[in-house]
Design a protein around this ligand. Structure first.
Ligand code: HEC
Length: 222
């Protein structure tokens, strides 16, 4: 028993003696050679420890980037025109990204009945309502960048270029549901004028709620 006590005491003593060595080590790290601004340097030809900024250095926050592209805003107002070139490649990319990131809630037509919503998530407005048809392109960019009400933001998942691609595709979706005749090419307009009047098919009876749970089954399981 006393042996154990002795060895304990020796252990503590050894630890105490080792302490200065440990702090000495820390002191060496603290006093390691280093450069400080405004001190003299023996090494550099200009004898300054502070080094000049490499060419092209930009201070944080001073990039001078175009806020119309990076935020969809010019000053405080949302941009009404695309600040990027819109072409077929951008639309194709937008469609692909939209189907991945937006369709789960907004559905592939933009109607707002995506699978997540059909399973209980708060329904978003349709992109085909007048308010969103008239909304500036900057609004769609802003919603993705900062979120909107119950909708989380997608800034981390979708980079700036892809966000604009999605906005372009949403505009295409909107046009697909609401194209004025005046927007058609002349030959198409002529064909339309000659076409026999369209007969509207009767509205199909809506399918019952998916997977209805029979009342009897739900009481039995309790
Ligand atoms: C998890 C479901 C979900 C996903 C995914 C989602 N949204 Fe939404 N979105 C919503 C909901 C819910 C609202 C309505 C929010 C509210 O009014 O509180 C909404 C609203 C919107 C609105 C309308 C804002 C307004 O002015 O009323 C736009 C535009 C929009 N979303 C764009 C997008 C785009 C673009 C994507 C893909 C990058 C996307 N959303 C992905 C759920 C989602």
């Amino acid at each position: 028993m006393s042996d154990v006590r002795w060895s304990g005491a020796i252990f503590v003593l050894a630890g105490t003696l080792a302490l200065p060595a440990v702090t000495g080590c820390r002191q060496e790290m603290y006093d390691q050679p280093k450069y400080k601004d405004l001190r003299r340097s023996e090494f550099f030809a200009d004898q300054r420890q502070a080094r000049p900024l490499p060419e092209g250095t930009v201070a944080r926050g001073a990039l001078g980037e175009d806020s119309r592209v990076s935020a969809g805003k010019s000053g405080n107002s949302l941009v009404t025109e695309f600040p990027v070139r819109v072409d077929a490649a951008l639309l194709a990319r937008g469609r692909q990204r939209y189907d991945i990131y937006c369709a789960p809630c907004h559905d592939r037509t933009g109607g707002g009945a995506g699978m997540v919503v059909r399973r209980g998530y708060q329904p978003p407005p349709s992109f085909h309502v007048e308010r969103l048809r008239d909304a500036p392109v900057g609004h769609f960019f802003d919603v993705m960048t900062n979120g909107f009400g119950a909708m989380p933001d997608y800034a981390a998942q979708i980079d700036v270029a892809d966000r604009w691609a999605i906005v372009a595709y949403i505009r295409a979706l909107q046009l697909s549901q609401n194209a004025p005749v005046s927007a058609m090419a002349a030959p198409d307009r002529e064909r339309l004028a000659k076409a026999p009047p369209m007969t509207v098919p009767p509205t199909p009876t809506p399918h019952p709620v998916p997977f209805p749970i029979p009342a009897a089954a739900s009481t039995e399981s309790r």
